[in-house]
Design a protein around this ligand. Structure first.
Ligand SMILES: [Zn+2]
Length: 87
């Protein structure tokens, strides 16, 4: 039996730059691996807010929320707390 350490609090391992790569890969049909444990990432949709987020199926690490628009994706930041604003 392998000891499983509880994962550290996921501190948004998927930044906005990495998010674009993940999103592009996902849209072209690739299975996008988690940067922490290489498990596949799943896309979570908040339909009411029109936002998306990638969550690791294994360790629960999550990306920031983002929305997909005609000009590409736009990071919305975390749903709770401060929100990030692009330049
Ligand atoms: Zn993971």
């Amino acid at each position: 039996m392998a000891l499983r350490r509880p994962p550290p609090a996921p501190a948004a391992p998927l930044g906005s730059d990495q998010l674009r790569t993940v999103w592009n890969g996902f849209r072209s049909g690739d299975v996008v691996p988690c940067p922490l444990d290489r498990a596949p990432l799943a896309l979570t949709v908040d339909a009411s807010a029109g936002m998306y987020r990638f969550v690791c199926t294994q360790c629960g690490a999550a990306s920031v929320w983002f929305e997909s628009g005609p000009g590409g994706i736009r990071v919305r930041g975390h749903p709770h707390g401060h929100r990030l604003r692009g330049a």
